[in-house]
Design a protein. Sequence first.
Length: 223
Amino acid sequence: MAWRSSGDSNSALVNNLFKNGLIKEERVRTAMLGVDRAHYAPRAPYNDSPQSIGFRATISAPHMHANACESLLPFLYPGAKVLDVGSGSGYLTHVIAELVKPGGSVIGIDHIQGLVDLANTNTAKSTEGRGLMEDGGIVFVKGDGRKGYAVAAPYDAIHVGAAAAVHHQELVDQLKSPGRLFVPVEDEQGLQHIWVIDKKADGSVVRRKEYGVRYVPLTDAYE
């Protein structure tokens, strides 16, 4: 249904995703309606498809962003603290910030300074985005997201927007109890799957392997 969900405006795109069952939760629909993808995707922003944003990075298809939000939704409540690893264009960071306001905060971390700068520029294009950055609801930082961002931990939820080569224990360690990590991981055969990792209130960890995906890899910064 993804190929039938594109639109000629942000509202048309989001409402088509909802109509086609690719967005199921009204909270996610409302958050995505509040963030104009044209501020983050350089070409054909209302197509339900991934796009290059430069720096060998991509912005994922909107239906994938919706799925990530819905997976993390039980932990995305007003006042929650979230880490967005591989924040890229800044789009999903902004959507998540809409889900955790008022009082919430989302840190987008990327290892490429050009993407950190791009995310700040993109988010500042809207009144809502500027307000969230001014109030600390959105912060973009440069760093190796594979190690998380310990200075602001722990987090209610962590989203990883690129495929990890291994399960990074640092990310699990930086979750609150309870908390949830959403991460694509590539196995030895080169196949990628979404893993949802829950840290329970008692600190125990439950890992669930979900559906197959194709993300760009979570890599070192290139020169």
